[in-house]
Design a protein around this ligand. Structure first.
Ligand SMILES: Cc1cc2nc3c(=O)[nH]c(=O)nc-3n(C[C@H](O)[C@H](O)[C@H](O)COP(=O)(O)OP(=O)(O)OC[C@H]3O[C@@H](n4cnc5c(N)ncnc54)[C@H](O)[C@@H]3O)c2cc1C
Length: 420
């Protein structure tokens, strides 16, 4: 069923009783050409592009809970491509380009809004290091511009511009094509489009064990029985270490950490861009959702955990960061708070690659930034699985980089998750 204005009128005349389910929720078959484990954005996008770009349609997405119940439905929805190291630059820009036409491509409104992303600057050295990054973006053909203090004041008047502020604002770097999207819509849109092309979306199906023959992957054992396939893609974010170990990959350079997000009561239009700061004294990002809630977040909880719940120390840290740059937020109420389990890689960059086990492919290490990567990552992962080799966009995003010492250390602060 194609969604359109005519469909709305047609269904409206019939009392809205004939709408079809958005995707087909299936019982698994015994065998598939490809199995994707994890029904988050990355898994669903991979299945969609396998069917669409590579004509591989006998595909199942196995999700232990409900689709989009992981990080892909828990994030602060910021989409940008302001990366500067080879390996990341091409991937995130490819992804941003896919975002720009995604609603049309999926025939589903993912509510992508290119409202801009402003990275605040607090000291001359901070400005220099960001200037380097944004200049490199421009050299790579990615939009980027510097706003001086008066331009920032005009662009976001609600910030704390007082010169005796603990962190006085000096200016900011803007990526205009960046913005936000609606996270649930992205998951549902990919699930629907994949399902329309013949992919089976299987919820409540947890993968417990990997089946191997002569070293090669031949299938998985799940809570809904054995399912066979010679190609299996892992896209399980915070559960990557657990499943990689079960598959026989050993210990990966990934740690699981909690990241919390917050949303306030809805207010009138207040902020029509994304504002971010990440500096030695803290980390904070904020936007306003289409419903009016202020959506914001900050640093990771440095204590490794698989618990999807927040805690007071991180909460107070984020609130104090919020108050430092936008004191007017102190007058609104925080309505909800939640947390997701981040797959933190040790250099802050992801993996979209083959593994040492034939037939097993890895998509992980997304840290804070995997929402924006969903279309690009799915596109590249589908290519890698279909061709059994990486695309040139993701060829550096492999596990070997740790063995060879060629890390893609995007934040330049060393090999620990807190730095990213
Ligand atoms: C609070 C927060 C804020 C964030 N903000 C942003 C942001 O503003 N911008 C941005 O770009 N990124 C952001 N991120 C990061 C982004 O959300 C993630 O990187 C991205 O959603 C990861 O997608 P995924 O599909 O890999 O993982 P997920 O969406 O977590 O999906 C993985 C799925 O695997 C399933 N699974 C696990 N184990 C099994 C198993 N054994 N069998 C079957 N299924 C299994 C899980 O149930 C889950 O549904 C944020 C994350 C959080 C938590």
């Amino acid at each position: 069923m194609k969604y359109s204005i005519f469909q709305i009128i047609k269904q409206g005349i019939r009392n809205n009783k004939n709408w079809k389910p958005t995707w087909n929720d299936k019982k698994p078959k015994k065998k598939y050409d490809v199995i994707i484990i994890g029904g988050g954005g990355h898994g669903l996008a991979t299945a969609y592009y396998l069917a669409k770009n590579h004509n591989i349609k006998n595909v199942a997405v196995l999700e232990k809970n409900w689709i989009g119940g992981g990080n892909s439905g828990r994030n602060t929805t910021i989409v940008r491509s302001n990366y500067f190291i080879e390996g990341n630059t091409a991937l995130y820009e490819h992804s941003l380009k896919l975002w720009e036409t995604l609603s049309i491509d999926l025939n589903y409104n993912v509510m992508f809004s290119q409202r801009g992303h402003l990275n605040l600057v607090f000291s001359p050295s901070h400005r220099d290091s960001l200037m380097r990054k944004y200049n490199i973006m421009r050299l790579n053909g990615i939009d980027a511009e510097y706003l001086n203090l008066s331009q920032v004041k005009k662009f976001v008047p609600h910030l704390n511009f007082s010169s005796d502020n603990r962190i006085p604002i000096l200016g900011g770097f803007l990526q205009k094509r960046a913005g936000t999207a609606r996270h649930d819509a992205v998951n549902w849109g990919f699930a629907r489009a994949a399902s329309n092309l013949g992919v089976d979306i299987v919820q409540n199906c947890e993968v417990i064990k990997f089946l191997r023959e002569k070293g090669k992957i031949i299938g998985v054992e799940t809570t809904q029985g054995k399912i066979m396939s010679k190609k299996i893609g892992l896209a399980v974010a915070g559960s990557t270490s657990v499943l990689a170990k079960a598959a026989g990959l050993g210990k990966l350079p990934i740690e699981s950490h909690k990241l919390q997000a917050f949303v306030s009561e809805p207010i009138k239009p207040f902020l029509d861009t994304v504002v971010v700061y990440g500096y030695n004294h803290g980390h904070f990002y904020i936007s306003q959702s289409d419903k009016g809630g202020m959506v914001f977040g900050g640093n990771l909880d440095g204590y490794n955990s698989y618990a999807q719940k927040g805690n007071l120390p991180t909460y107070t840290d984020v609130m104090s960061a919020a108050m430092a740059i936008m004191p007017s937020l102190g007058r609104i109420k925080v309505l909800r708070q939640w947390s997701g389990i981040m797959d933190m890689s040790m250099d802050g960059s992801p993996f979209i690659c083959k593994t040492k086990i034939p037939g097993l492919y890895l998509n992980a290490g997304w840290c804070y930034g995997g929402f924006k990567a969903i279309p690009g990552s799915g596109w590249c992962f589908a290519y890698t699985i279909a061709n059994d080799k990486p695309h040139k966009i993701n060829k550096l995003l492999n596990l070997d980089r740790y063995e060879k010492g060629i890390h893609i250390d995007e934040s330049g602060n060393g090999p620990f998750p807190k730095a990213h």
